[in-house]
Write a protein that binds this ligand. Structure first.
Ligand code: NAD
Length: 485
């Protein structure tokens, strides 16, 4: 079945779809462990052609008007909508995620990102033009950076592609995009449609691994900016490589979201919220509600109710609509999750509430897991697991919860749950995270900035802030002298 899907070719270079001439990468369906097909990576020569094409295309694309670029982005959104079913099927096949969720969540959200940036680029605002020096008029322009290398992860392949490609193109840059080597299928299916929408070279897509292809892209002297969503270690490598040519960087790295649950929280809402947003996408989400701090008065009731709720999360069922989550992306990732849990349960104070085992059937599933009794210094509390594993830590006083929540190398997302709005704001305002939700978690809006602090990186995805990241401020000053009378 998989090979009959219309996958066309494996790279988009200078407006042409071409087969990759580099190493061959096997693509596996994580829900079954079966090989779907193989994708040829870009050779270094193809990579070079992609960057050169992007550089040539920059001259024309950077001079289009916002209205022209908006029309192009809207056409891409329409193409996504028109092919939503195929794209959702490929996303499900390549990530193992439930098809109904890919249809309902990933694909509409992807199209919306293109539509948002089509609008946002037409209504940017900025500093006033004026005579800051007598007889001289100053004005500020926002211009594109140049060729942007965009490198994406595997957890939401098409949506992450949109987060990177849409603002970069909207701002007038040209792009060489590299999907994760694990999940190129959906963007490759979109590529033939893009050929008809975009001028050649404006968006190029190259496939391949991080070291084999990504690192050469980052090191290329004609690439002026690198945008990565990925692991902290990858971010560090990219930063180092980019420093050699002083490239602008935009890094969206990992997360370990704290969830502070106060005694007066609505227990049912908390349980429902964590069950959904701690385990969505099998926890392979940088904002996953995975590090719970529960106040003493609600702690025991929360652990009991959440344990029951998590224990009945549905997965690995034959009928797609019955599944709430999918597998991990690979056997390696599943085993990494399993080893985190094994080490955690080696601590006498940590209690398994539910889960904590590899699923016995085919595919790379891991049981949704809840661990209680965790302490702040435990590895499982400190490090990103990127799997369906949530920990609970008990606290007495809010100041302690705040200290623990902020005591993390990560700074992407967080949430606070209380029915007292004053308390909610007192906590939310002191959390050192790029986003804090109150009485909810993991709700994104294309209009709102998404991005981290600390080692979660910097730079914003989504929102008009992202347009700023993908553009540079320039000052133009004209001498015209004083008015004579
Ligand atoms: P990863 O860092 O392994 O890979 C991300 C991308 O970087 C891939 O395309 C990979 O090929 C490429 N890459 C790897 N090494 C490279 C190198 N040396 N040079 C250039 N490119 C290189 O991450 P992953 O495993 O695909 O994704 C999981 C990570 O992404 C998690 O840590 C997660 O938290 C993070 N993530 C962050 C966000 C966010 O918005 N902050 C969103 C999704 C995922």
């Amino acid at each position: 079945m998989p090979t009959s899907l219309p996958l066309y070719s494996a790279q988009l270079i200078d407006g042409h779809l071409v087969a990759g001439e580099g190493l061959v990468e096997p693509i596996v369906n994580p829900a079954t462990g079966e090989l779907v097909l193989s994708v040829g990576e870009a050779s270094l020569e193809q990579l070079e052609r992609a960057v050169q094409a992007a550089q040539r295309a920059f001259a024309g694309w950077s001079r289009t008007t916002p209205a022209q670029r908006a029309a192009t982005l809207l056409a891409i959104a329409d193409a996504i909508d028109a092919n939503a079913d195929l794209l959702a099927r490929l996303e499900a096949l390549n990530c193992g995620k439930p098809l109904h969720l890919a249809r309902q969540d990933d694909i509409p959200a992807t199209a919306d990102v293109f539509r948002f940036f089509a609008g946002a680029v037409r209504c940017q605002q900025g500093q006033l033009t004026g005579e800051y020096v007598a007889g001289h008029t100053s004005m500020v322009r926002r211009d594109p950076v140049g060729v942007v290398a965009s490198i994406a992860p595997w957890n939401y392949p098409l949506m992450m592609a949109a987060w990177k490609i849409a603002p970069a193109l909207a701002a007038g840059n040209t792009v060489v995009f590299k999907p994760s080597e694990h999940t190129p299928l959906s963007i490759l299916a979109l590529a033939p449609l893009l050929v008809d929408i975009l001028p050649p070279g404006v968006l190029n897509i190259v496939c391949g691994g991080g070291e084999a292809v990504g690192s050469h892209l980052v090191g290329h002297p004609k690439v002026r900016m690198v945008s990565l969503t990925g692991d902290i270690v990858t971010g560090q490598k990219i930063l180092q490589a980019a420093s050699r040519t002083l490239k602008r960087t935009h890094l969206e790295l990992g997360g370990k979201a704290p969830v502070i649950v106060c005694d007066d929280a609505d227990l049912e809402a908390v349980v429902q919220g964590i069950r959904t947003h701690g385990y969505y996408n099998a926890g392979q989400d940088c904002t996953a509600a995975c590090r719970i701090y529960a106040q003493a008065g609600i702690h025991d009731r929360l652990v009991a109710a959440l344990g029951d709720a998590v224990g009945n999360i549905r997965f690995a069922r034959k009928k797609d609509a019955d599944n709430e989550i999918g597998p991990l992306i690979s056997a390696r990732q599943r085993d990494r999750v399993a080893s985190f849990v094994e080490r955690a349960l080696g601590q006498p104070h940590i209690e398994r509430v539910t889960g904590a085992a590899v699923h016995s059937g085919p595919g790379f599933y891991y049981q949704p897991t809840l661990l209680a009794g965790c302490r702040q210094q435990d590895e499982i509390v400190q490090r990103e697991v990127f799997g369906p594993v949530v920990t609970v830590t008990r606290f007495e006083h809010l100041s302690q919860a705040l200290d623990w929540a902020n005591d993390s190398e990560y700074g992407l997302a967080s949430s606070v749950w209380t029915q007292n709005l004053d308390k909610a704001f007192q906590i939310a305002n002191r959390l050192q995270y790029g986003c804090t939700w109150i009485n909810t978690h993991f709700m994104l809006a294309s209009e709102m900035p998404h991005g981290g602090l600390k080692r979660s990186g910097y730079g914003k995805d989504l929102s008009s802030d992202s347009l700023q990241d993908y553009s540079v401020v320039r000052h133009i000053m004209a001498r015209h002298g004083e008015l004579l009378d």
